[in-house]
Write a new protein. Structure first.
Length: 540
């Protein structure tokens, strides 16, 4: 009996690897159909049904050991994993399965400008732990993350910056049982982050952030900034989420006093929301919202060192811009999509009127009014009985008030249920009519979320203020004619906007070096060389 023939991939037998067809035009060689044909030529010897397993292995070893010319023009060997993947695609979808799929980043810029690359490095030097996704958003260009990463890796000092950000932290691994909601708005998670210190004006204020997160999609449904993690902040966060998305079936939160309070549990009960019972002091059991807290620490709290905050309301607007521009558009590894895409604008089937949502969390207390003035202390506010209820002065009355807006307080008649509003002793603070702004990275994200691209200038520091500073330095009025006015405007367009403190210091240094009596053009030229500023964003 004749022995079975063995095929040697190195000979020129029927199973020898033929040289790939080389297309003269490099553009035509990289079309999807040409790439599919080239891939088929590579795997065609392996598709012979007459091959035994031993022959296929020997043939595969010969294919991966020799170099081939790819459609891109590169010369390198094929890997066994690549050949097996192409064979699976061919058997599943035929010749069309071997064609290249269109790039997901089609239309994105794959080259970076030197000015943008330098600015990206400056952002990293400013905060070494700043993520590439946030740098991509701050640059404001149609630049893919992979392209940005590739160019940054080629920069000297990038690896050292990243090592400094990573540090030597060691994390202990521990197994925990986890759960996940079957659908959006089935389970919400609530938690508070803080306190962390924020500089507002000249004061340093402790701030907490209370968040409502959807368990299925990891989307942030509401987030509020407050000086304390109290009942008012928790109710405001829940109301904000429920007013926009409806009610959840369950709420998962820790055993903090604000969530364990009678008023909060009563409000959830009246709305028909089941609060999942949990043990105290187990942060790992709430890993999803704890992961959001890590992103909050990295993208928001850390950036506050480089951001001017005007008020708590301004801080909450900055938080909203960070969530909408960064977190909601960041691809989640487990979801394999962004939280915004996972939520897809879906709302709960349990819609509730706003009036019922407000009444659910009203607090009821028995308070005694002053016998002579009729004053009561309601949630830290001084209120007064109306003239129609002056007879109740000095007696205990039933007071109903809103924890979010304590000025909305009423005296309730126990027999009829009629509510009479109380009068505050002091008028409430007027509402803001103009949006507050402050220079910083977070303000840039908030402006992008609002659909505006505004300069990061200090309030009240424009061309008129620049002219006043130049006049003080030169000892005369500036400008004196149209030429000087055009020179000042041109200088501001090229190097502005400014913050007052650094500009005054730079102007004083330039005036000291040049001496008195120098022309305006000379002072502006020296000042422009002196100022170190970041490149402006391209509005296009």
């Amino acid at each position: 009996m004749a022995a079975k023939a063995r095929y040697d991939p190195g000979d020129r037998g029927p199973l020898a690897v033929s040289s790939p067809t080389i297309v003269e035009d490099p553009v035509l060689a990289r079309t999807p159909r040409a790439v599919a044909r080239w891939r088929f030529e590579q795997i065609a010897p392996l598709l012979d049904p007459a091959l035994t397993a031993e022959d296929r292995v020997r043939l595969l070893e010969g294919l991966v050991s020799s170099e081939v010319r790819w459609p891109s023009g590169a010369v390198r060997p094929l890997s066994a994993a690549t050949l097996y993947r192409w064979m699976r695609l061919y058997r599943a979808r035929g010749f069309e399965g071997l064609a290249q799929e269109p790039r997901r980043d089609r239309g994105a810029i794959r080259a970076i400008r030197p000015a943008s690359l330098e600015r990206a490095m400056a952002l990293l030097r400013e905060r070494p732990d700043r993520s590439l996704f946030m740098i991509q958003k701050l640059l404001g260009e149609r630049l893919s993350r992979s392209t940005l990463h590739r160019h940054l890796q080629a920069q000297p000092g990038y690896a050292q910056i990243r090592r400094r950000a990573k540090g030597d932290r060691e994390r202990r691994a521990r197994l925990h049982r986890r759960f996940e909601a079957p659908a959006p708005h089935d389970i919400w998670q609530a938690d508070a982050k803080g306190p962390f210190t924020v500089r507002i004006g000249k004061a340093r204020v402790p701030v907490h952030v209370l968040t409502i997160l959807d368990d299925k999609t990891r989307a942030i449904l509401a987030a509020v900034a407050s000086r304390s993690a109290d009942l008012a902040a928790a109710v405001r966060a829940f109301r904000t989420a429920a007013a926009r998305f409806g009610l959840p079936n369950k709420l998962y939160c820790d055993r903090a006093s604000i969530f364990d309070s009678l008023a909060f549990r009563t409000g959830l009960a009246e709305l028909g929301v089941h609060r999942i019972r949990t043990r105290p002091r187990r942060p790992t059991a709430r890993g999803k919202i704890e992961a959001w807290h890590r992103s909050l620490e990295r993208w928001f709290v850390g950036e506050l060192r480089h951001q001017v905050v005007r008020s708590i309301a301004h801080l909450e607007e900055l938080l909203l811009g960070t969530i909408e521009v960064l977190y909601m558009d960041h691809r989640h590894k487990e979801l394999r999509m962004t939280p915004r895409d996972a939520l897809a604008g879906r709302v709960s089937e349990r819609r509730v009127p706003l009036e019922r949502l407000e009444k659910a969390f009203l607090q009821v207390k028995r308070l005694k009014s002053h016998a002579k003035t009729g004053e009561l202390q309601v949630a830290g506010r001084s209120m007064r009985l109306p003239a129609a209820l002056a007879r109740l002065a000095g007696q205990k009355v039933t007071v109903v008030h809103d924890p979010v807006a304590p000025e909305r307080a009423f005296v309730e008649d126990e027999r009829t249920g009629r509510r009479t509003p109380l009068r505050p002793l002091l008028d409430p603070a007027p509402e803001r009519t103009k949006a507050e702004r402050g220079p910083g990275r977070l303000q840039q994200l908030l402006d992008r979320y609002r659909g505006r691209l505004l300069p990061q200038a200090e309030a009240g520091m424009g061309v008129p203020e620049l002219q006043d500073l130049l006049g003080q330095a030169l000892g005369r009025a500036v400008p004196q004619d149209e030429a000087e006015a055009e020179a000042v405007h041109g200088f501001y367009r090229r190097t502005g906007p400014f913050a007052r403190g650094p500009l005054e210091a730079a102007l004083a240094e330039v005036s000291k070096r040049l001496g008195p009596g120098r022309p305006l053009a000379t002072t502006l030229a020296a000042l422009e060389r002196r100022i170190v500023h970041e490149p402006k964003e391209d509005p296009s």
